[in-house]
Design a protein around this ligand. Structure first.
Ligand code: 3H9
Length: 703
């Protein structure tokens, strides 16, 4: 490097000459989001790059990542020039090679900046992607028009419609990255740029390139396949249409359409809800008492107790993340069965293309089956996933206390039980907590972390970090029956049973929620889980469900017996309404002296949804959940709540607590069901005309 000279330097953007190459670097922690100051810095740098002293330009970032996108916090606020499109155009218009040097994650607007460059180089660990669809948006600074021109429209469809990132190596194979640079990235990028100058390599402004030749039938087929998984959201199909425009319209027109689509989506309810979900997920990581100074304990080895469905799924989550796991079941047959299911599940994922053979082999190599309880001795964390029974769990935790090494984190995967009572049987309650996974645990992303009275902050942090490593979204909750998710579900379950007896059919009950966008209705869910499961719990708890009991006695145990609340054809999970069930419900109602009536769709939906929200209000009032947005995260990632609705509390705020309280009072009056009466906290919000979010922000219920 002959000459290195700082030209512009402010805390966010700097430019320096390395010989005759202008290196532009942004530094806007944590993720170099392209907020106004960053865009301005880049725009100024593009102007500086016009100087005849500059032969080539390298765009890079300091800190942990290349630009990870537009600054999402700016959406919905008045735009400030220069816009991202202007910045990209300014670099693309330069009559000298511009190279993006990518490390970390070049996402959204970040990748769009890189697509405005002539060439892209990347660190081996880098990823690129256009995840706007996950925020209910589409790339709004040319991504939908430039990426198809670079790698082809069919290849661009997947990353744009699903928003999934692409690792650097794959991106290079696809033609999106020109070179992978080992060692110092900026130095490598400068050398790459110098070579371009020396070789008189052509400039490659994507906006000037012809649209790639595309087999439109193959394109439509690929789009239809991807859109099948879009669950009624608007953004995925808009993204697909924008990509199609890239090959059917001239660049300028495709860009104009992209802008229109972006403005429409960004002001819509779905995107607002999805952006809320994005920040809610990050907010959930902030837990009082678990400050940055608290250090997580190292987890180099884990043990999972119980090789049933939950134990197997939990084992897979961590083995896939590279943590050695010993799965222990004292019954060798159950252990063998569990291991076979684990292998079968992995191979099925491999067959679907979700994992490579090498990845599956590596994950399986991380799992050690054992029938010897003593094998917990060298684990840094033990997760107990045995049958939901307090006496059994207490016995196990006593044994764990005796066998585990000091400092080992002791977690129970209980879905309802009192974690403090479990912790109390050990001599180290500070090391005990709940880690409530959701079935299938290798797939579902939610992890409720149950903080006991005595759980130490570093134990909590350890569980959150290891959970994140295992691909989960951890949410910390307090101790109560059913914690947050299941407790709300129980409140809804009571209304399901009452609505059936009062006159609603299973189809009407389920339909009210699936029409709203829930993945499944409550009765379909019972059929899937097995009606014997609920029956067994009722035997223990004494809870009442005469219809559920009658179905169980008839041998209708749900999907596994091809009959439950619905009928199922061989090999199909599609529920078929059964008049026999309608007759059974009518009979039980008669025996109970309940006069049945027509119940309109609105009442069915509101009693189901608002009873959950009322329970959530109690949960917040008791401090079991730290903030309303945590409840949203729980329902979005663990209970199939529609992403486009932002979670139950976001939804509650959109219809207003005042409306909900009003309706609940009407239903309580009409049915005499006092469980429907708004709880004091909900009633207060209604009276004050405020929302859950505003009240939390004001600090009255916030953590
Ligand atoms: C876009 O680009 C639109 C354009 O096409 C068109 C424009 C015209 N903005 O996730 P982390 C914050 S749309 C603002 O915990 P990680 C985040 O809230 C955007 N803030 O870290 C958190 O703050 P806090 C397309 C953002 O290492 C902190 O950064 N891009 C943004 O686990 C750390 O985040 C995306 O959708 C943002 N864009 O993961 C990418 N991104 O500490 C979104 C992050 O106060 N981002 N923050 O809670 C991600 O996927 C992850 O953050 C990333 C890092 C993978 C980058």
């Amino acid at each position: 490097m002959s000459r290195e000279e700082k030209l512009v330097s402010d805390p966010i953007s700097s430019t320096r000459m390395v010989g005759r190459v202008l290196v532009v670097e942004s530094d806007n922690p944590p993720v170099n989001a392209l907020g106004h100051a960053v865009r301005k810095g880049l725009h100024d740098a593009a102007k500086a790059a016009e100087s005849p002293d500059v032969d080539a330009v390298v765009i890079a970032c300091k800190g942990r990542t290349f630009h990870a996108g537009a600054d999402i916090r700016e959406f919905g606020k008045p735009p400030q020039a220069p816009g991202l499109g202007e910045v990209i155009d300014a670099f693309e218009a330069l009559q000298k090679p511009v190279v993006a040097a990518i490390h970390g994650t070049a996402l959204g607007g970040g990748l769009e900046v890189a697509l405005g460059c002539d060439y892209r180089v990347a660190a081996p660990s880098a990823k690129i992607g256009l995840p706007e669809v996950k925020l209910g948006l589409l790339p709004g600074a040319g991504g939908t028009q430039r990426l198809p021109r670079l790698i082809g429209a069919v290849a661009a469809l997947g990353p744009i419609v699903t928003g999934e990132p692409i690792p650097a190596k794959k991106a290079k194979e696809m033609g999106a990255i020109d070179e992978i640079i080992e060692g110092d990235l900026v130095e490598g990028a400068v050398a790459f740029a110098r070579k371009l100058v020396a070789d008189k390599a052509p400039l490659r402004p994507l906006s000037k390139m012809d649209a790639p030749k595309t087999d439109m039938a193959a394109f439509d087929e690929a789009a239809a396949k991807l859109l099948r998984r879009s669950r009624g959201l608007k953004a995925p199909s808009v993204n697909a249409q924008a990509v199609k425009n890239a090959v059917t319209l001239p660049f300028a027109e495709g860009m104009k359409k992209e802008r229109e689509y972006f403005l429409d989506l960004v002001s819509g309810e779905e995107s607002k809800a999805q952006r809320h979900a994005f920040f809610a997920e990050r907010e959930a990581a902030k837990v009082p008492g678990v400050t940055k100074d608290v250090k997580a304990r190292p987890i180099n080895k884990m043990a999972v107790l119980g090789a049933g469905t939950m134990g197997g799924g939990i084992t897979m989550s961590f083995a896939s993340a590279g943590i050695p796991v010993t799965i222990i079941d004292l019954n060798p047959e159950a252990l063998d069965r569990g291991m076979k299911i684990i292998e079968k599940n992995y191979r099925a994922t491999q067959a679907r293309g979700g994992l490579t053979e090498a990845q599956v082999d590596k994950a399986l190599a991380n799992i050690t089956p054992s029938s010897n309880f003593d094998d917990v001795a060298d684990a840094d964390m033990v997760i107990e996933a045995v049958f939901e029974n307090m006496d059994l769990k207490k016995k196990i935790f006593k044994d764990l206390d005796a066998k585990c090494k000091p400092g080992c984190v002791l977690a129970s995967n209980t879905s309802t039980l009192d974690v403090d009572e479990i912790a109390a049987v050990t001599s180290r309650p500070q090391d005990v907590l709940g880690m409530h996974f959701f079935s299938p645990a290798n797939v579902m992303r939610l992890l409720e972390i149950v903080r006991g009275d005595k759980t130490a902050p570093d134990v909590l942090k350890t569980a959150m970090e290891v959970g994140k490593k295992g691909g989960k979204v951890p949410v910390v909750v307090g101790v109560c029956y059913g914690f947050v998710g299941n407790r709300m579900l129980h409140a809804r379950g009571a209304q399901v049973r009452k609505l059936l007896l009062e006159g609603a059919s299973p189809v009407e009950v389920d339909g009210a929620l699936t029409k709203f966008g829930m993945a499944m209705g409550p009765l379909q869910m019972s059929d899937m889980a097995g009606l014997d499961v609920g029956w067994r719990i009722r035997q223990e708890t004494g809870a009442k469900d005469p219809v559920g009991d009658a179905l169980h006695e008839m041998g209708r145990h749900g999907q596994k017996t091809k009959a439950g609340y619905y009928l199922y054809e061989e090999g199909s999970r599609t529920p078929i309404p059964d008049p026999e069930v309608d007759a059974l419900i009518a009979k039980v109602a008669k025996e109970q002296g309940i006069k049945r009536r027509e119940i309109d769709e609105k009442e069915v939906f509101e009693r189901l949804m608002f009873s959950m929200i009322n329970e959530a209000a109690k949960i917040l009032d008791e401090g079991i959940a730290l903030r309303p947005s945590d409840i949203d995260v729980i329902y979005l990632y663990g209970y199939g709540f529609p992403m486009g609705k932002g979670g139950p509390m976001f939804y509650a705020d959109s219809v207003t607590p005042a409306y909900i309280a009003d309706r609940l009072n009407i239903y309580a009056d009409n049915t005499g069901d006092e469980e429907l009466r708004p709880c004091p906290y909900l009633a207060r919000l209604a009276e004050q005309g405020t929302t859950f979010a505003a009240d939390a922000a004001a600090g009255s219920k916030a953590a």
